[in-house]
Write a protein that binds this ligand. Structure first.
Ligand SMILES: *[C@@H]1O[C@H](CO)[C@@H](O)[C@H](O)[C@H]1NC(C)=O
Ligand SMILES: *[C@@H]1O[C@H](CO)[C@@H](O)[C@H](O)[C@H]1NC(C)=O
Length: 274
């Protein structure tokens, strides 16, 4: 119920954030916390602290890392994934910001996840490391309405992502078709095949769910994909400010996703920036 009430504010908040800084690497996208909680002074608490600290310390050296703390039973595991085309300094700043948000949004939660614009961090005792996950966690479409030609370019750009081979060292893929750009990023615990499967599932969500919208993004359990018009032929009308507004139809869709997705099935609930 709390998730349903807060989710209605999500479009407004996200729009404000996008207006405040569309290129802000640490801009908030979504977060979720487990309903199970741990007590102060337990092994679990020191396990969470040590996992999050190790993740922060790894970020300058690699765009992906996973850590397991053996001191807690069951062990606490954690991972982060930065957009792997970005410099280490951006990754480090993003991961630190994500951990600080997790600590405040999910304090005392046995598990938690946060997605910022350029990185994802998750911890918990539910054995999620190394497992594919294509559940939809968060989705939005926006921009001014386009047309069938734009949608065809979008489908082509997204199809290119799904079929391309990720470069070594990270699951980042980028491409375009006509006036539409697209990118995707997998979490580093997926192998190439699982990454392609995840990106295909993300692309299918955007194709099926974004109509003629000129921008969209979808976040699955282990990957995400985005597309946007670069202004060439896709956007037919005047855009609202930064060209990334939200139609009223999306509000209902996002509400449903916020309460019904993977977080709900794993006893997680979505939380919002406050
Ligand atoms: C994870 O930790 C929480 C808090 O200690 C506990 O309630 C939950 O049962 C644990 N989950 C598993 C799978 O052991
Ligand atoms: C987790 O990290 C260890 C140590 O860096 C690495 O060897 C292993 O492949 C990683 N596992 C996954 C599933 O990413």
């Amino acid at each position: 119920m709390a998730a349903r009430a807060t989710a209605t504010f999500l479009p407004v908040l996200s729009l404000l954030l996008l207006r405040a800084g569309a290129d802000d690497n640490s801009a908030f996208v979504y977060a979720g916390c487990s309903q199970g909680r741990y007590d102060a002074g337990t092994q679990y608490e020191s396990g969470v602290d040590s996992v999050l600290t190790s993740l922060a310390n790894s970020a300058p050296y690699a765009p992906y890392a996973n850590i397991t703390s053996p001191s807690a039973l069951p062990p606490v595991a954690g991972l982060y994934q930065c957009r792997s085309d970005l410099p280490a300094s951006v990754c480090t700043g993003c991961v630190r910001s994500a951990i600080s948000r997790l600590s405040s949004l999910c304090s005392w939660s046995a598990g938690g996840a946060v997605q910022l614009r350029s990185c994802f961090v998750r911890y918990g005792n539910d054995s999620f490391v190394g497992k594919p996950n294509t559940a939809v966690l968060f989705k939005k479409c926006g921009g001014s309405p386009g047309d069938a030609g734009g949608a065809a370019m979008r489908d082509s750009a997204l199809g290119g992502l799904a079929s391309s081979v990720a470069p070594a060292g990270g699951g980042y893929r980028a491409g375009g078709a006509g006036g539409v750009q697209a990118m995707s990023q997998c979490v580093g615990d997926l192998d190439a095949k699982a990454c392609s499967d995840c990106v295909s599932a993300a692309a299918a969500q955007l194709k099926a769910g974004c109509g003629y919208a000129s921008a969209g993004e979808v976040y699955l359990g282990k990957c995400y994909a985005r597309f946007w018009s670069n202004g060439g032929g896709f956007v037919s009308g005047a855009s609202s400010g930064n060209g990334y507004g939200f139609g009223p139809r999306m509000n209902g869709e996002r509400l449903a996703l916020a309460v019904g997705g993977f977080f709900a099935s794993l006893a997680y609930f979505s939380v919002l920036l406050v």
